[in-house]
Design a protein around this ligand. Sequence first.
Ligand code: ATP
Ligand code: MG
Length: 250
Amino acid sequence: MARKIVITSGKGGVGKTTVTANLGVQLAKNGYRVIVCDLDFGLNNIDVVLGVENLASFDVVDVVEGRCRPKQALVRHPRYPTLYSLASNRISERYVSPQAVRLILDSLAQRFDFILIDSPAGIDEGFHRAVACADEALLVTTPHISALRDGARVAGMLKSYRLQRVGLVVNMVRNDLVRRGELLKPEEIAETLKIPLTVVVPEEDRIFLDNITDRSRAFRILANFYTGGIAGAEGTKKGFFSGLIRALHK
Ligand SMILES: Nc1ncnc2c1ncn2[C@@H]1O[C@H](COP(=O)(O)OP(=O)(O)OP(=O)(O)O)[C@@H](O)[C@H]1O
Ligand SMILES: [Mg+2]
């Protein structure tokens, strides 16, 4: 049964979609079966970040409104065969109940290991819909004051949901500024938000999926946080011993 993890933030543009896409790719590379579900209605762009734009014939609202079955709306990633994307609707005002989306994700959950839900920024209807579908949350913030203030509101809101686990990603961290005391340390941010720090992602000029940088290392750490460093079914088939060695090194 898939774990459903919502990736959320108070302020927009802090890196939710980047984190969702990269975590999805990393989990799929480790052999897990993953759906990346875009619930950012109207401002959806995870298909572009994943490089699967224009491949979807249906979106999540087509499923809710009965125009297709959940499976038909999934797009398999051309490069990562265990990674699927479920596209969002382009009309932001569309009313879709949290229960309706939850039912769809639950019906898909049997055949997957992870469902990652990219949510809109803020605490409006779209936030509630996305969080209500999830069992766990990952709050993304940058170390900047405006992001932290909005992040604190979301951290407070998340407490009113029955979530099994809430993690924190501090994104776009510049170590030189942290050292000079111009930015809060990630640990201080975690303390302020009262959420355990899951991973720190450095700011990098360009974000590519799948290149070897400090940032991609951060996403590997994040994927390991959810899997304990153990390879999924596909990964096990491909490299049982490497999976085992990874597990033993944890
Ligand atoms: N660690 C990073 N270093 C440098 N640029 C980054 C980093 N993380 C994200 N970005 C860039 O910041 C921009 C915003 O990121 P992204 O779209 O993931 O944010 P978002 O929280 O999903 O935004 P929105 O609230 O609009 O959905 C993108 O151009 C992305 O490439
Ligand atoms: Mg986004």
